[in-house]
Write a protein that binds this ligand. Structure first.
Ligand code: DGL
Length: 267
């Protein structure tokens, strides 16, 4: 059981930012990744559609005989977690929102938070709800629907990117924000520009670190951490053009993407 892979999925290549951190924190683990690049973006669609897609991705990942499922997508975590858990059956599921909320609320200097994410994530109100339950931290949120297409296009810097980011973030200032949650797993690719615009005083937090930590905790709790020293096996699948996904993956991994990407058809 402990040698089985961790199954990780997203609507596209954004979830690879979570994979990167999981490899960092859990170097012995085998991984199977699926990005539904043929149907991205999910964040602009309605909840019923997102739930349907999420179930299909979970079915594919579950068929790979995984020991843990990581939903490396805020949109599916916000809208379709119940559906994912019901398809996953006995396989434990880690989402990206609750680990992020626990982590952000545990940073003592953060008293006021801003959350950015896809339209579906922000309109679900899931971050606000969970933050309210956890702490008295104030929270404002903003959807940024153009960020995902930018990252999937490989556009992560330059004048146009900067203008678009400024346009969405102009209400987020250091006067009323100590921490910014990147509530979408694509957004870390834009983090250098976001940091530049917002300045050093606002702490930027993304899904990778807290989610990898949570995955580690769940594996340890279930006694299924892989302790073997055999080189880990990584399998990456997308539902559309593999060449483009590979280019973006290489960029996200600073040229050291640890595998090949294969195309699959769902269903
Ligand atoms: N990476 C997904 C997320 O974290 C992107 C969603 C999309 O497909 O719009 O929300």
């Amino acid at each position: 059981m402990d040698k089985l892979p961790i199954g990780i999925f997203d609507s596209g290549v954004g979830g690879l930012t979570v994979v990167k951190e999981i490899i960092e924190q859990l170097p012995n683990e085998n991984i199977v990744y699926l990005g539904d690049t043929a149907r991205i973006p999910y964040g602009t669609r309605d909840n019923k559609t997102i739930k349907g897609f999420a179930k299909e991705l979970t079915e594919f990942i579950n068929k790979q005989d995984v020991k843990l499922i990581v939903v490396a997508c805020n949109t599916m975590s916000a809208v379709a977690l119940r559906e994912i858990e019901s398809v996953a059956g006995n396989v434990p599921v880690v989402d990206v929102i609750s680990p992020m909320v626990n982590y952000a609320c545990s940073i003592s200097e953060i008293k006021k938070l801003a959350v950015i994410g896809t339209r579906a994530t922000i309109s679900s109100g899931e971050y606000e709800k969970q933050i309210k339950i956890k702490s008295g931290v104030k929270v404002v949120s903003q959807s940024c629907p153009l960020f995902v297409p930018l990252v999937e296009e490989g556009l992560t810097k330059g004048k146009v990117v900067e203008l678009i980011i400024r346009n969405y973030l102009n209400g987020i200032t250091k006067e009323d924000t100590d921490g910014l949650i990147l509530g979408c797993t694509h957004y870390p690719a834009l983090a250098p520009v976001i940091k530049n615009i917002l300045g050093k005083e606002i702490k930027i937090i993304d899904s990778g670190f807290p989610t990898a930590l949570e995955a580690k905790k769940v594996l340890a709790k279930n006694h299924i951490l892989n302790k073997s020293n055999v080189k880990s096996k990584y399998e990456f699948y997308v539902t559309d053009n593999t060449v483009r996904s590979f280019e973006i993956a290489q960029r996200l991994f600073d040229g050291k993407f640890p595998g090949k990407i294969k195309r699959v058809k769902l269903g």
